[in-house]
Design a protein around this ligand. Structure first.
Ligand code: OAD
Length: 238
């Protein structure tokens, strides 16, 4: 922990990759693991373009349920620590696989949402995209043009938003320290940022409640809940 804290203190450029684990202490379920969403639900029924084409109401009901959980949740100490870190470091980027918006709610600014946002809607007819925080939504939500809207998230089999992804790659290539928090690092291309950071010479620090596929390839793995470890690592509770 002490060494990792020094790397962060001395870094002028930090990039962070977060996953569902950072929001777990806010009461939002993760995807994998014993209580994960993908244990209860099948991704092919709910999180693919094919699933939406087959049964848009079912897909929307699931997203509407998640929007309700997220709206009722509060950001936790880990989100707060990252917002503080951003204010201290010269160059900072927060790449998140999360669609919950909790980083922004806690004040993070340079957030790259590589899997989209659950608060965004996109028209399947005209392509218009807008934000709507209404919970619950009246289903199915429609665009001004009368077309049906879909959730503004990235589903399995879809490409990541091009510009956001390019910014994430750039931030990864040019950082001194790359922090990986609360992700199983099982989903690509997001997980590919970790070897990219390593190949460009960044120190990699992982924070997770358990070891993952990447643990043997990082400079330091800190085991424990992000809400406890991040304030210590960043020195925000000193
Ligand atoms: P996962 O559910 O795969 O992994 C969550 C990780 O967080 C696991 O490694 C847990 O050990 C860890 N964890 C749980 N609680 C924690 C805590 N309090 N502090 C720190 N770590 C904790 O979630 P992601 O890696 O984010 O994509 O999943 C990646 C993508 O897979 C998601 O964005 C989603 C999903 O399918 C799409 O929907 C496209």
């Amino acid at each position: 922990m002490n060494e990792a804290r020094d790397w962060i203190k001395n870094a002028s450029s930090i990039t962070v990759l977060t996953g569902a684990g950072i929001s777990a202490e806010s009461g939002i379920p993760t995807f994998r693991g014993a209580a994960g969403l993908w244990k209860q639900f099948r991704p092919q029924d709910l999180a693919t373009p094919h699933a939406f084409a087959r049964d848009p109401i079912l897909v929307w009901e699931w997203y509407d349920w998640r929007r309700g959980l997220i709206k009722a949740a509060q950001p936790n100490a880990a989100h707060l620590a990252l917002a503080e870190l951003e204010r201290r470091v010269r160059r900072f980027a927060l790449v998140t696989q999360n669609v919950d918006g909790l980083h922004q709610r806690e004040g993070s600014r340079n957030v790259l949402e590589v899997h989209g946002s659950i608060w965004k809607l996109r028209c399947t007819a005209c392509g218009r995209s807008w934000e709507d925080q209404t919970v619950p939504l009246s289903l199915p939500p429609c665009c001004e043009c009368g077309g049906m809207a879909r959730p503004g998230v990235v589903w399995f089999g879809e490409s990541l938003p091009t510009e956001i992804w390019s910014s994430a790659e750039r931030a990864t290539l040019h950082c001194d320290v790359f922090l990986v928090i609360g992700t199983s690092a099982a989903v690509y291309p997001a997980a590919g940022l970790i070897p990219l950071a390593k190949s460009s010479g960044a120190r990699i620090i992982e924070v997770n409640t358990e070891t993952t596929e990447i643990s043997s390839n990082v400079d330091c793995t800190l085991i424990g809940p992000a809400g406890e470890l991040l304030p210590q690592l960043i020195g925000s509770n000193a």
